[in-house]
Design a protein around this ligand. Structure first.
Ligand code: C2E
Ligand code: CA
Ligand code: CA
Length: 689
């Protein structure tokens, strides 16, 4: 038989790569010979299969079209994909097109959205028009596209799809809402609602919640208007009562798919559910309005209170008593001689008041800060602290006033002597707006505001520089010299730290490379990694792909990680520990002994060097137990094949003890503070003479 006639042969089409690529994940693929009007073969397990090899295209299309419930779409599908149209499209130069439609039966509510595509080519060996027709399930994309925009703007906590006809619901959170999965994940709607009621709805509101969420109610309301919503309280997993708004709207009306989104509007309401007073938003709104409408703002002060060790109250006496304490604190503040204009609980055990300065009696304030709370015959002593901000005669946002009062509170040295502090501008230097810092980061990097300092690490037996730690400094054009202890946590909190760490890594590598190229002495430099770095693609890929090229002998760059990276390492992000080792870089476990997972880290991962936290070194002279612990840690590390660095040695006595205890390396002010590059180089070269 001649090849040309064997139209059934597999791969008879000369499919260009593009076509193969397009059809890779499709639900059904049919090869066509348009010139002859027949289907050649199909790759599909389901209803897309052709009946027989050689089935007519038109009869195939007619059969398939029965699954398109919407008449209009069905007709259009037949028109578009009938053999005659395929032929004339091809001849008029239109060799590929597609159409999307609902798919499935409205009776059983089996809902999908499909896209049918056709691609036509002229076969060079048969001289005929051939092509492929393929179907893709685009239900997920379709639903995602249908999701109303407001869902992304607002702070919706949960989104779900209810099929009101079949009374089932599919749930997910908006961050990872994979709508394409929804059909597989559905649960019985009634069971779901009852479970939700049981777990979250306060008893008094259960009946109304039940009624409001009934399928009939939802459908009836959605007949009347586009959106239906109601508000109810729910108790969250922390036992906190929150105000929730439920909103319903049709997602695909034809298939009875209703979208439900819940939003936490506790803050918006301005009220604190626990105390019945204002919450943060409420405080800000009302304070703003009072200050904007008074003749002299400077007659007011903003107070920030918190209860010392409130956590302990919760732990010792239970959450219920904790709640009672918070309520009573609110009531006492509200009724105190300070006569606050506005009292609010802005979060947890943090309270704010707007008071008139003429009522700001500091004896009363002191009395307020020391209270007794009695319940069931038990008495708890409560100590509060209060920061005071005098409102100034210049525009300032209320949340900045709260922040300033809060900063002042941090300056209280001894609450038993004076439990309050008034904000003054010298405190401003310490006032670093975290969000602001994060926003400045990119410019700061490009303008060279960051400088890498090097703190030498000394070989305990020779006294020579053995290595160094890279510590970053921010020379801020307005705020001056910023301590990493301030901006590192701020950048971690806002998620920008990796950008900086990558910068530091590159700087260190180019420093090493430069010296290496010129044949100058170098020592290994260690770089601090933040736990976030393990989740940062560009950081990881730079370390894994570019580090070796850029850092002289790769082994010269080392990495310090702390136990905060435990989770990231456990997830084995990029296999990072072993990859670093393969590159020849040593890995140090930093701040050993400062947290809770130090031993877990040691047990599960291999480190080359252990850095003993400064807090131990500090106590060498004063605490005999510390001396034993240190001796023990060093011995243990050696036994496990690690070397030991002790950090933060400041005195000769500390250094002597560490040397006696066979500590390998010592880092600390006793030898040197972190130095700018030039000074470090000087010290390094002296050490090598
Ligand atoms: P760390 O990694 O534990 O760094 C040691 C800190 O102790 C440094 O503070 C250093 O200046 C200080 N120090 C060293 N010797 C002594 C001493 O004898 N006495 C005292 N009192 N302090 C000593 P620094 O430079 O302020 O850094 C603070 C922390 O900021 C570092 O703690 C590290 O966690 C973080 N950090 C610094 N640079 C970077 C960086 O480039 N990336 C990341 N992710 N974190 C960094
Ligand atoms: Ca470190
Ligand atoms: Ca450290």
């Amino acid at each position: 038989m001649e090849k040309q006639d064997n139209f059934i042969q597999e791969n008879s089409l000369e499919q260009p790569d593009m076509m193969i690529y397009h059809t890779e994940n499709c639900t059904g693929k049919i090869e066509l010979n348009v010139s002859r009007g027949i289907c050649l073969s199909s790759t599909a397990h389901n209803c897309f299969k052709i009946k027989t090899q050689g089935e007519e295209i038109d009869s195939y299309i007619a059969r398939i079209s029965r699954n398109i419930p919407q008449e209009e779409d069905c007709e259009k599908f037949k028109d578009q994909f009938c053999c005659e149209n395929l032929r004339s499209c091809y001849e008029s130069g239109n060799s590929s097109f597609a159409m999307s439609f609902f798919w499935g039966s409205q009776e059983i509510q089996d809902f999908h959205v499909l896209k049918a595509s056709v691609e036509l080519i002229h076969s060079s060996h048969s001289g005929e028009i051939e092509g492929i027709l393929y179907f893709n399930d685009i239900t997920g994309d379709f639903l995602a596209e249908r999701m109303p925009w407001m869902l992304y703007h607002k702070n919706f906590k949960e989104i779900a799809i209810i099929n009101t006809k079949r009374s089932v619901i599919a749930m997910d959170s908006p961050d990872n809402f994979d709508v394409s999965m929804y059909l597989n994940e559905e649960i019985d709607y009634k069971t779901y609602v009852e479970d939700l009621i049981e777990k979250t709805v306060p008893i008094q509101e259960r009946e109304i919640f039940r009624r409001s969420t009934e399928v009939q109610t939802i459908c009836k309301e959605l007949e009347k208007k586009e959106r239906y919503s109601f508000t109810i309280h729910q108790i969250n997993s922390d036992g906190e009562k929150r105000l929730k708004n439920f909103t319903y709207m049709y997602l695909v009306r034809e298939f009875n798919l209703v979208l439900v989104a819940t939003e936490d509007i506790t803050e918006l309401s301005g009220k604190d559910v626990l105390t019945g007073g204002y919450n943060r938003q409420g405080f800000i709104r009302h304070t703003r309005s009072i200050l904007n409408n008074c003749p002299d703002k400077t007659e007011y002060a903003v107070l920030f209170f918190n209860i010392k060790n409130f956590k302990v109250v919760n732990e010792l006496f239970g959450i219920e008593t904790g709640d009672d304490v918070l309520r009573s604190t609110y009531v006492e503040l509200e009724n105190s001689g300070l006569q606050p204009v506005i009292t609010a609980r802005i979060e947890a055990d943090h309270f704010t008041c707007l008071v008139e300065r003429k009522n700001l009696d500091f004896n009363e304030l002191t009395r307020m800060c020391e209270r007794k709370f009695t319940k069931d015959g038990k008495t708890i002593h409560l100590f509060g602290r209060c920061g005071v901000f005098y409102v100034e005669d210049k525009p300032m946002r209320v949340d900045c006033m709260i922040d300033r009062a809060k900063i002042a509170k941090k300056y209280i040295t001894d609450e038993y002597v004076q439990p309050y502090k008034i904000y003054d501008n010298s405190m401003k230097d310490a006032y670093i707006d975290k969000a602001e810092l994060a926003g400045e980061l990119e410019d700061a990097i490009s303008q060279g505001q960051f400088k890498v300092y090097y703190q030498p690490v000394i070989d305990a037996s020779t006294g020579k520089v053995a290595s160094a730690e890279a510590l970053v400094r921010w020379i801020h054009p307005e705020k001056g010299f910023l301590s990493p202890a301030v901006f590192i946590p701020a950048l971690e909190e806002s998620g920008y730290i990796s950008e900086l760490d990558l910068y530091v890594t590159k700087e260190v590598c180019s420093f090493l490379m430069n010296r290496h190229k010129h044949g100058k002495p170098i020592v290994p430099i260690s770089i601090n990694l933040s736990w976030m770095d393990f989740y940062d693609e560009s950081m990881m890929s730079w370390i894994l792909n570019d580090l070796q090229k850029c850092s002289a002998p790769g082994a010269m760059a080392r990495f310090e990680i702390t136990e905060t990276s435990y989770a990231a390492i456990r997830e084995d992000r990029n296999n990072i520990l072993s990859s670093l080792k393969n590159l020849g870089s040593k890995v140090l476990l930093d701040d050993f002994g400062s947290g809770y997972s130090s031993f877990g880290m040691l047990q599960n991962y291999n480190f080359d060097i252990l850095k003993i936290d400064m807090s131990f070194v500090r106590q060498i002279e004063t605490n005999p137990k510390t001396r034993s612990i240190l001796g023990f840690i060093i011995e243990m590390a050696h036994e496990m094949g690690m070397q030991v660095v002790a950090e933060g040695a400041e005195t000769k006595a500390q250094v002597d003890f560490l040397k006696e205890s066979s500590c390998d390396f010592i880092q600390g002010y006793y030898y040197s503070k972190p130095l700018p590059e030039e000074e470090f180089v000087r010290m390094l070269e002296e050490s090598f003479e």
